[in-house]
Design a protein around this ligand. Structure first.
Ligand SMILES: [Zn+2]
Length: 580
């Protein structure tokens, strides 16, 4: 183990309270924006009031949503107009997106969003139920920073404003680097400064542990949650990945990069601390997840249970081997219908497809289907997801998405194949021409507040927009692709629950974006693209917003995944049956 950094970082809220107790602030009016939960901010305000300082501490993260929650009576609103800031160094929709999910929060009040004149403040007109109109200006503290790949990004920051100080002391109106920003900066600086080997992988495991106060606030809309801890995990993971991409000479976003396994662990603590360590691979099991009956699984299953459920199905076993030495297990049945390949867990933090695939396999066997299944293609990521969920079960944990080599196994183009070996073997023995690849995406907003707020390269996937299908087909297969999408969406739309969930999510997404860059078929958003990238002529990718859901929502997710497999296998079988 090599430790690159172990440092305590002062908590900004405590520093501020100490500073403002000084007589040079007595009687002044203070406003500060911090990455702290409301209870901590209110307690600090009360402490300062006893010292004669009138302080208002606000959230630097999603300031508009926090303003509505903390300073307005949502139940009394009848009509709201929000003029959102537009800044020339950010996407035009950046602050509209940061206002998400306000449209769904205002209890049915009429709300409209208009691009405003300001570049750092929201202007709001709110009419209450008695017809009275009120105007507000909500400051969104942001500053331009150069990130670790040399890009300029407009990012949320702490801020301090002080007026009315004694003895004509000057006002203060300036950014304030908080512990949230400082912990990230220190971790990234330590990683940037390290002497890395020339060749990938650069490390076995790079662990970044951050203990920090922060915001963790669930909202009463779907699975929505505002979490600076989760956002910090995302920003560390993707920033390290981008740093390594740049270092390797690859393009940003190149999924073939193999830096090693990046593990950000972010925990709540009153005393901020940041630790960066290099570790060797440890292949331990995933024992913390409970055993659950397949149909009733209300949480992701453990890897040992996945393998037991697969073994119970029988079939001809085959396997690959992961980077950390775990088996990638699969099974094959030579039925009489046209062969398909069914996989899940390529991205291991997308867990509903794993249960859905196993449930679908049981049903496919009843109809004597011809198929191969790999329920968890990325076992190292899957075990890491289980570990990360111990502290933060409701976070999306993208660090568990790729393999322990740090790449996306689908994009591996040469040996050693490791995890992808199982997929290649499944295609060889089955001869499948259709690959049904079960995926998921975040069930609540995904942000990177330290590097421009909107996750770079994933701008399309930041907000849930329903159960989604992606159909990739080779040239010459467009007609079949279209027919499958029409048939599968028609069958899925027989579920009123799915239609209702999709409509609600798409409506909330539309209110915070400028248009819908997908086509709806039977209330299901679909993207159909021609691509020579897949290993089969037809690839159907499912995208259920499943990252972070549990209970009935999780059961619904794996039921939809299963129903999709059954519908597409049926439609494909009918399509490929020779005409008589
Ligand atoms: Zn995925």
């Amino acid at each position: 183990m090599v430790r690159l950094l172990d440092e305590r970082v002062p908590r900004t809220l405590d520093q501020l309270v100490t500073k403002l107790h000084d007589s040079s602030f007595r009687g002044s009016r203070v406003q500060a924006w911090l990455f702290e939960d409301v209870e901590e901010r209110r307690a600090a305000e009360r402490t300062l009031a006893t010292a004669g300082v009138h302080a208002r501490f606000r959230s630097a993260y999603k300031p508009l949503v926090h303003f509505f929650l903390e300073e307005l009576n949502l139940a009394d609103l009848s009509q709201v107009t929000v003029r959102y800031p537009v800044h020339n160094a950010a996407l035009r929709q950046r602050f509209l997106l940061e206002a998400y999910p306000l449209a769904a929060l205002v209890n049915g009040a009429e709300i409209q969003f208009i691009a405003g004149e300001s570049d750092r403040s929201y202007d709001i007109e709110a009419r209450d139920r008695s017809g009275q109109s009120h105007e507000y200006r909500v400051f969104a503290p942001n500053r331009l920073r150069t990130d670790y790949i040399g890009e300029r990004a407009l990012s949320p920051t702490g801020w301090l404003k002080v007026e009315g100080r004694p003895d004509n002391l000057p006002n203060i109106d300036e950014p304030l680097e908080t512990e949230f920003e400082l912990a990230f900066r220190k971790a990234m600086a330590a990683i940037s400064a390290h002497r890395w080997p020339r060749e990938e992988p650069y490390f076995d495991v790079l662990r970044v542990r951050v203990e920090t106060p922060g915001i963790e606030r669930r909202l009463d809309i779907g699975d929505e949650c505002m979490s600076t801890h989760e956002a910090l995990h995302e920003d560390i993971y993707f920033s390290v990945l981008e740093f390594c991409q740049r270092r390797s000479g690859r393009a940003i976003g190149d999924r073939r990069l193999q830096p090693g396994q990046i593990v950000p662990e972010v925990r709540r603590s009153r005393e901020p601390r940041v630790i960066v360590e290099l570790q060797s691979h440890a292949c331990h099991d995933d024992p913390r997840r409970s055993n659950v009956p397949l149909e009733a699984a209300d949480a992701p299953m453990s890897l040992p249970q996945v393998h037991r459920e697969l073994a119970l199905l029988g079939g001809q076993a085959f396997s690959g081997l992961s980077r950390q030495g775990r088996p990638v297990r699969g099974a094959y049945w030579a039925g009489w219908r046209p062969p398909i390949l069914l996989t899940a867990g390529q991205h291991a933090n997308e867990t509903s497809g794993v249960v859905g695939a196993l449930r679908a396999a049981r049903r496919l066997l009843e109809r004597d289907a011809h198929f191969a299944i790999i329920p968890v293609e990325n076992p190292d990521g899957y075990v890491l997801h289980g570990e990360l969920c111990v502290d933060n079960p409701r976070h999306m944990h993208h660090a568990a998405r790729y393999t322990a080599l740090g790449d996306d196994l689908e994009y591996r183009t040469e040996a050693p194949w490791f995890e992808k070996g199982a997929r290649l073997e499944a295609l060889r023995i089955s001869g499948a021409q259709l690959h049904v690849n079960l995926h998921g995406y975040p069930a609540h907003e995904w942000t990177r507040p330290l590097t421009g707020y909107v996750p770079r390269g994933f701008e399309f996937w930041t907000v849930p927009k329903g159960f989604f299908l992606i159909m990739r087909h080779r040239r010459g297969w467009a007609e079949q692709a279209m027919a499958l999408i029409e048939e599968v969406t028609f069958r899925l739309a027989q579920s009123p629950e799915l239609v209702a969930v999709n409509r609600a999510q798409i409506e909330a997404f539309r209110a915070h974006s400028d248009g819908t860059p997908f086509t709806l078929y039977n209330d299901i958003p679909c993207l159909i693209t021609e691509s020579e990238h897949g290993l089969t002529p037809l690839t159907l990718i499912t995208e259920f917003p499943d990252e972070t859901i549990y209970g009935a929502s999780f059961r619904f997710a794996h039921t939809v995944q299963m129903e999709t497999v059954l519908a597409v296998e049926d439609a494909f079988s009918a399509m490929m049956r020779p005409a008589v």
